[in-house]
Design a protein around this ligand. Structure first.
Ligand code: FES
Length: 567
């Protein structure tokens, strides 16, 4: 099989000429024949001035290159799309599949024997893993790493759990304009990803549990010199992966995915991770069974004490021994025979985990933060194909609750009217928002963290049951039911709820039900009209997205990206 520069030749109808032309052009960069004869290690460059979560990528690329050259390879960095949460209209989720397509096709198009994918901000590692799974070229993942914590008036701050909490205080009139401006300069004090157990930290931790990055890669802060040593070692490792032809399909097995979901529950991780890893697994034809996922949740205790469910931040998890130390606690629940890109089994990674005396960030299984159910899958007549709640971040008293529905038709309507002084709402009501799913919004925005109506917030109401087909930032908290599937814009029963209906949430029983009789629901279903498509839906990527995106229980991937797709 062809390797190095001879791989993936441009089609000119003459292979010799294709290689000659390629060699001639690349020599314009000053490469020698010796360099060009080495195994080529591609490195994705996702640096962007719009993406501070990837602000350390240039330094990481230099370190990866050093590692590749120390092992006798030729490193070649190349650009792919970069996505930052706060700079992605309408949502970063809308762009995740575009990044997966871009990354997949650029890895396929260019000659490389292995690839180091560098990502971090929420959707980037999932997109890169989806691409890697589809191409199935030897791949190592290199997360950018979390930010350091911020400080304000003696308080430790974390993006973005404290962004929401402090903005809520500002909305309630407790923090004035000057102070909120000062806070905006302190919430994200360094390059790197959000340092609470949000989506980025969750995904990076799961990538490490999967064995797709080196130990420490999921937790080491972006600003630490150790991060650069991990980058250097990732470059060296990539050369070995190329030589041994170790592919993602050798690492991303059903057992490894189960390990990753076990870690997801133990870290009290982001609800988004279920969607992303369902998509990654789907690229390899591995189905994710929601009931099995829920069963893992019932068995696996929450052991990691991090915001938003707990107290600490990612740098503290790293100093406490990180994911290897967590996996040592979880070892009886893991398949430790799984391989890792480091060339050792998970058992060998765990055997080298650091013991940190007195640390309180990773709890022993005998003293968990929660005994189980960090994330729970709900079913019922409101969610025939499932819904998700982060029980670890919910109010205990609301986990069993019945209330009157107060319905918002869209995210826009909710934003416009949630703070109306004459909004007919009481703390026991259940706020319902629809048309916020993969097709409806489009892009399934992180709008599920519906704010408490201002008039109730002023009365001291901190939490209410909130239900939608949207997603939620992994950094948010509250009794929030998400990912109702099928979504309302696809004809799901969420579209049939009316203000005044009764809804019952029963997390221990894993149920979410609309208490309206079947005859009435059938009449509403017959009268239901799908929402009008958004502006621009007749062409381009928006059209492709709306035609191809799958529902949350299938990872919101594109139908035509699944293996053997007929889509
Ligand atoms: Fe990039 Fe939070 S905004 S990880």
């Amino acid at each position: 099989m062809a390797s190095g520069l001879r791989k993936n030749l441009t089609s000119y109808g003459d292979k010799g000429f294709s290689l000659f032309l390629r060699t001639a052009f690349i020599k314009a960069m000053g490469f020698s024949d010796d360099a060009l004869d080495r195994p080529i290690i591609g490195i994705t460059n996702t640096y962007s001035d719009f993406n501070p979560c990837h602000g350390n990528v240039p330094d990481m690329i230099e370190a990866v290159k050093r590692g590749v050259m120390l092992a006798g390879g030729l490193p070649m960095a190349f650009p792919t799309i970069s996505i930052h949460e706060a700079f992605s209209h309408p949502t970063s989720m809308f762009l995740r599949n575009l990044m997966a397509l871009d990354t997949e096709e650029m890895i396929r198009a260019q000659p490389m024997d292995a690839v180091v994918v560098i990502g971090g901000c929420d959707k980037t590692l999932p997109a890169q893993m989806m691409a890697a799974a589809s191409v199935n070229l030897p791949t190592i993942v290199l997360p950018t790493g979390p930010m350091l914590v911020g400080h304000h008036r003696g308080e430790v701050l974390g993006a973005c759990t404290d962004c929401r909490r402090l903005w809520g205080k500002h909305r309630a009139g407790e923090i004035d304009a000057d102070e909120i401006a000062a806070i905006s300069g302190r919430l994200a004090p360094s390059k790197g990803t959000c340092m609470v157990m949000g989506t980025a930290s969750t995904v990076a931790s799961m990538v490490e549990a999967l064995g797709m990055c080196l130990p420490g890669g999921g937790t080491c802060p972006a600003a630490h010199s150790e991060r650069l040593r991990i980058a250097e070692a990732s470059g060296t490792t990539a050369v070995r992966l190329a030589a041994e032809n170790v592919r993602p399909s050798d690492i991303l097995t059903p057992a490894a995915l189960r390990n990753a979901f076990t870690v997801l529950q133990a870290i009290g991780g982001s609800t988004n991770a279920l969607i992303h890893f369902t998509a990654v697994a789907g690229r390899l034809g591995i189905p994710v069974d929601l009931e099995e996922f829920d069963a893992i949740g019932r068995d696996v205790p929450v052991l990691v004490d991090l915001k938003p469910s707990g107290e600490h931040y990612m740098e503290h998890l790293h100093h406490a021994g990180g994911i290897p130390a967590l996996m040592r606690e979880l070892a009886p629940l893991l398949d430790t025979s799984c391989r890792t890109v480091g060339g050792v089994t998970l058992a060998e990674v765990i055997a080298k985990a650091e013991e940190v005396p007195g640390q309180e960030v990773i709890r022993p299984r005998s003293r968990p933060l929660m005994t189980g159910g960090g994330l729970a899958v709900l079913r019922g007549n409101l969610a025939p194909s499932g819904a998700l709640i982060k029980a670890a971040a919910a109010s205990e008293r609301l986990l069993r609750h019945e209330g009157r529905a107060v319905v918002f038709e869209t995210v826009g309507e909710m934003v416009e009217h949630i703070d109306d002084e004459d909004l007919d709402i009481v703390p026991e009501d259940i706020i319902v928002m629809r048309n916020a799913g993969p097709i409806g919004a489009p892009g399934m925005p992180e709008a599920g963290y519906i704010p408490i109506p201002r008039k109730l917030a002023r009365q001291g109401v901190k939490d209410m049951v909130r239900i939608s087909d949207a997603r939620m930032s992994g950094t948010a908290f509250g009794t929030i039911v998400l990912h109702l599937t099928p979504e309302s814009a696809a004809g799901g029963p969420l579209g049939l709820v009316r203000t005044g209906d009764r809804i019952r949430l029963d997390v221990p029983a894993r149920r979410l039900d609309l208490l309206v009789d079947e005859e009435e629901l059938a009449a509403r279903r017959a009268a239901w009209v799908p929402p009008a498509p958004p502006e621009g839906a007749e062409r381009g990527y928006l059209r492709l997205y709306r035609e191809q995106v799958l529902q949350a229980d299938q990872g919101c991937d594109f139908r035509f990206c699944l293996p053997n797709s007929q889509g």
